[in-house]
Design a protein around this ligand. Structure first.
Ligand SMILES: [Zn+2]
Ligand SMILES: [Zn+2]
Length: 226
C-alpha cells in the first residue's frame, strides 16, 4: 500500500513537491496496476480544442499502453476557485476528481483551459501546468501555461501532452528523474524544460515495469525528437 501522499507539480516556473501536511486526501486506492487498464480524461470547464485532447490521448496510449477514455465534460467546481488569484486550486481539483474515477479506471486526469495553482513555500498561489498525486488516483492538467512563449498551437499542445505523461507518471509512482530529456525530469524553473524532453528514460520505464505496468516498448511519440 502506498504510504506516501506527496503531490508533485510541474510548474511554469518551477517543479516542486508539497509536503505531507496536505489538505486533500486520496479517496480511491492506487491499487495493483495490471488489473485496471482504463485511463479516464475528465474535461473540466470550457472544453479544450479537439486537437489538444487528441494528442494527450495519443501520448498516454503510446507511452503507457492504456485504454484512454473521455468522460463527459463537467463544470469546474466553484469550491476550487481562488478569487484573489483568479485561478483554480489544483489540490481542490484533485479532491474533486478522485471520487469520479470509474470502477474500471486506473487513473483519472482532469483537463482544463483555466490557470491552476498550488502553494509553493511562502507563495500561496503559484501557477502551475499540472499536479499529480504520487501513487494516487488523480492528476490535473492545464493548457493555460503551455502557450507561454510557445512557437504556436502545435508546440503548445505537444507540451500539454508531455505534461500529461509527466503527471500520470507521478500517479503511477514515478518521482522526478535526474536524466536530462526524460519526461519525468524536474523542470527546474521553466516550462521550456519540456521542450528538451522526449520519452521516459530506461530507469523510469524499469521502475514502472517493476510495479507491474507493461509499457509498449516502441511508442510512436506525437512530438519531434529534440
Ligand atoms: Zn512533477
Ligand atoms: Zn527518467
Amino acid at each position: 500500500m502506498p504510504t506516501r501522499r506527496q503531490v508533485l507539480a510541474l510548474g511554469a516556473v518551477g517543479v516542486f513537491r508539497i509536503g505531507q501536511g496536505l489538505a486533500w486526501s486520496q479517496t480511491a486506492p492506487a491499487g495493483p496496476a495490471a488489473a485496471q487498464r482504463a485511463l479516464y480524461l475528465q474535461p473540466l470547464g470550457e472544453a479544450l480544442p479537439d486537437a489538444d485532447v487528441a494528442i494527450v490521448r495519443l501520448a498516454l496510449r503510446e507511452i503507457y499502453g492504456l485504454d484512454v477514455r473521455s468522460l463527459p465534460r463537467v463544470d469546474l467546481p466553484s469550491s476550487a476557485y481562488y478569487a484573489r488569484g483568479q485561478r483554480y486550486r489544483a489540490e481542490t481539483l484533485l479532491s474533486f476528481l478522485a471520487p469520479r474515477l470509474p470502477a474500471d479506471g486506473l487513473r483519472i486526469l482532469g483537463l482544463t483551459a483555466v490557470d491552476i495553482s498550488t502553494t509553493k513555500g511562502k507563495v500561496y498561489d503559484w501557477g502551475i501546468l499540472g499536479l499529480g498525486s504520487l501513487d494516487g488516483s488523480a492528476g490535473v492538467l492545464s493548457a493555460f501555461r503551455c502557450h507561454k512563449k510557445s512557437r504556436g498551437p502545435q508546440h503548445a499542445r505537444e507540451r500539454l501532452a508531455k505534461v500529461a505523461v509527466h503527471e500520470i507518471g507521478h500517479t503511477l509512482g514515478l518521482d522526478h528523474c535526474r536524466r536530462r530529456g526524460c519526461l519525468m525530469e524536474d523542470a527546474e524553473g521553466s516550462v521550456r524544460t519540456t521542450d528538451r524532453e522526449y520519452d521516459l528514460c530506461e530507469l523510469c520505464r524499469g521502475q514502472l515495469a517493476q510495479a507491474g505496468h507493461r509499457l509498449p516498448s516502441t511508442p510512436a511519440l506525437p512530438w519531434p525528437r529534440p
